[in-house]
Design a protein around this ligand. Structure first.
Ligand code: LRH
Ligand code: MN
Ligand code: MN
Length: 430
C-alpha cells in the first residue's frame, strides 16, 4: 500500500529507540506468567488477531448541544475522515475497519470510496442509519418518531432510508446494519407505549425483509435522549424481544453508555449471549449518562468484566457468535486520533487481561462456592500490567510502540491544518 499517511521509516525509527526496553519488559512478564502456566506468546498471538472498528463520526471533534470546539486540521468529509482513520490503524494496527453513518458520509460513488479506503489499508464495518435528525429537503419530519412514527409516510421514509443504507453497505463491503432510533416521548400520555412498539416492529420487519443473504440487523437500545420520558427501544429487554420477533438475522448491540447508572452491563452481555442475540458493541465510557467519554477512561474495570463475559461467550459459543466490535465516542477536548488510539489500547488491554483469567481456577472456585478465590481469579488477571504484550503486538504488526509519541513526532495534524479547510463553528454531534 503506497498511500499510507504516516511514513513507515518514522515508525521504524520510533520503535528502534524503544525496542530494547519493550523486550526487557516482555521477557520479565513472560517469566512471571510462565510461573502460572501461561505462555505469553500464545496470549500475544491471540491479542494480535483482535480488532475493533472506528466510527467515521469519531474522527471529527464531537461536541455537545451547547458547543463544539473544532481543531485546526480536523476532517470535514468522509475522505479526510478515512485518512485520519488510516493513521489510527497504522499506528495501533488494531482498527482496520471504519463504521460509516448515513447520510453523514454520503458520496456519489461508493465503489470508489471502497477502493479509496482499501488503498489506505481500511475496510468498512457495520453501516449506521440515521433517522434521528431531519435532513435538508427531507419530505417528512422525524419529530413524531421514525420507524415508530404515528405518521405512515414518515415510517415509510425511515424504512426506505434503512434499505438505502443496506444498498450502500453492499457496495462498501459491509454485512451489518446498525439501527438506533431516537423514537420516544417527552410527556406521559404523548404516545401509546404499546402501539408505538407495534409500529416500530412493523417497520423494522420491512427493513429486516430487505437484508441480503448473510447480512445482520443490529438493534441498538438506549434508555433516554433525545426522548426524556420514554424511548421505544429503551433497554436490552425491549431490544431482545424485538430481535426475537424479527428473526435470526436480527441481533442486539450494546452501547456501553446507553444504560441506567450502575446497571450490570456484563450481566446483560451474558444474558444476550445466552439467547444467541449478542450482535455487537459500541465501546465508550460514561460517568452520568450517554457521555461518550473515551473507552476505559472512567471505569476500566467494568470494561474488563465485559470482556470477561465475552471470553466466556467465545469459549461457550451459541449459534452465530461474532459480535461487531466498534468504538463509539465523542471527542470534545482531545485530538480524535489520539483518543481513538488510546481507546483501542484500553479495549485491547481489557481483552488481554480477560484472556489471562485462570478459567479453570475460576470455574473450580465457583463450583466450590469459594467466593474469595473466584474473585481473586479475576483480580489477579486485572492487576497484571499487560502493556508489554500490547506494545510487542503493535511493533510486530508494523504499528508504533508509543502511539501518541509517534503520532506527535509525525506532525500529521499540523500538516493537515495547512492542507484542510477550517471547520465552521457550530454545535451538535456532527
Ligand atoms: C446514539 C449513538 C448511536 C448513534 C451514534 C451517533 O447515542 O450511540 O450509535 O448512531 O450515537
Ligand atoms: Mn452507539
Ligand atoms: Mn450513544
Amino acid at each position: 500500500i503506497s498511500t499510507l499517511p504516516i511514513s513507515t521509516e518514522l515508525i521504524a525509527e520510533h520503535n528502534a529507540a524503544l525496542m530494547a526496553s519493550v523486550d526487557e519488559d516482555y521477557d520479565a512478564l513472560g517469566r512471571k506468567l510462565s510461573r502460572t502456566g501461561v505462555d505469553i506468546d500464545v496470549v500475544k498471538n491471540k491479542v494480535a488477531e483482535f480488532t475493533v472498528a472506528v466510527p467515521s463520526w469519531g474522527a471529527g471533534r464531537g461536541g455537545t448541544r451547547f458547543a463544539k470546539f473544532p481543531i485546526p486540521g480536523e476532517p470535514t468529509n468522509i475522505h479526510e475522515k478515512l485518512e485520519d482513520c488510516a493513521v489510527i490503524n497504522q499506528l495501533s494496527q488494531a482498527t482496520p475497519r471504519v463504521s460509516p453513518h448515513f447520510p453523514w458520509d454520503k458520496v456519489d460513488d461508493y465503489s470508489a470510496l471502497r477502493e479509496e479506503a482499501a488503498s489506505l489499508g481500511l475496510g468498512f464495518d457495520a453501516v449506521n442509519s440515521n433517522t434521528f435528525q431531519d435532513q435538508l429537503g427531507q419530505a417528512h419530519s422525524y419529530s413524531t418518531g421514525s420507524l415508530s412514527s404515528t405518521d405512515a409516510a414518515t415510517r415509510a421514509q425511515a424504512v426506505e432510508h434503512n434499505i438505502e443504507c443496506i444498498e450502500i453497505g453492499q457496495k462498501l463491503g459491509s454485512t451489518d446494519l446498525t439501527v438506533w432510533v431516537g423514537d420516544g416521548t417527552n410527556f406521559p400520555g404523548q404516545q401509546d407505549l404499546g402501539r408505538s412498539l407495534d409500529r416500530y416492529l412493523d417497520s423494522a420487519a420491512e427493513v429486516y425483509a430487505a437484508l441480503p443473504g448473510t447480512w445482520r440487523m443490529l438493534l441498538e437500545h438506549k434508555m433516554f435522549e433525545p426522548a426524556f420520558y420514554s424511548s421505544v427501544i429503551s433497554d436490552w429487554g425491549s431490544s431482545i424481544l424485538a430481535a426475537q420477533s424479527l428473526g435470526d438475522k436480527c441481533k442486539c448491540l450494546v452501547d456501553l453508555g446507553h444504560h441506567a447508572p450502575n446497571v450490570n452491563i456484563e450481566q446483560i452481555v451474558a444474558r444476550l449471549h445466552r439467547f444467541g442475540k449478542l450482535g455487537g458493541f459500541h465501546f465508550n465510557d460514561s460517568k452520568y449518562g450517554d457521555d461518550d467519554l473515551d473507552s476505559g477512561s472512567i471505569n476500566p474495570h467494568q470494561l474488563f468484566l465485559v470482556f470477561n463475559e465475552l471470553i466466556e461467550a467465545e469459549l461457550h459459543p451459541r449459534e452465530g457468535f461474532n459480535p461487531a466490535y466498534m468504538i463509539d465516542q465523542s471527542h470534545n477536548v482531545t485530538d480524535p486520533i489520539e483518543s481513538m488510539m488510546a481507546s483501542a489500547d484500553a479495549i485491547l488491554t481489557a481483552y488481554t487481561k480477560a484472556i489471562l483469567v485462570d478459567r479453570q481456577g475460576l470455574t473450580a472456585a465457583q463450583e466450590a462456592n469459594d467466593t474469595m478465590l473466584a474473585f481473586q481469579a479475576l483480580r489477579s488477571a486485572y492487576k497484571t500490567d499487560t502493556s508489554p504484550i500490547l506494545a510487542k503486538v503493535r511493533q510486530e504488526k508494523g504499528g508504533a510502540i508509543d502511539m501518541i509519541q509517534a503520532y506527535r513526532t509525525s506532525k500529521y495534524r499540523e500538516r493537515k491544518s495547512q492542507a484542510r479547510k477550517p471547520v465552521g463553528l457550530g454545535s451538535g454531534i456532527v
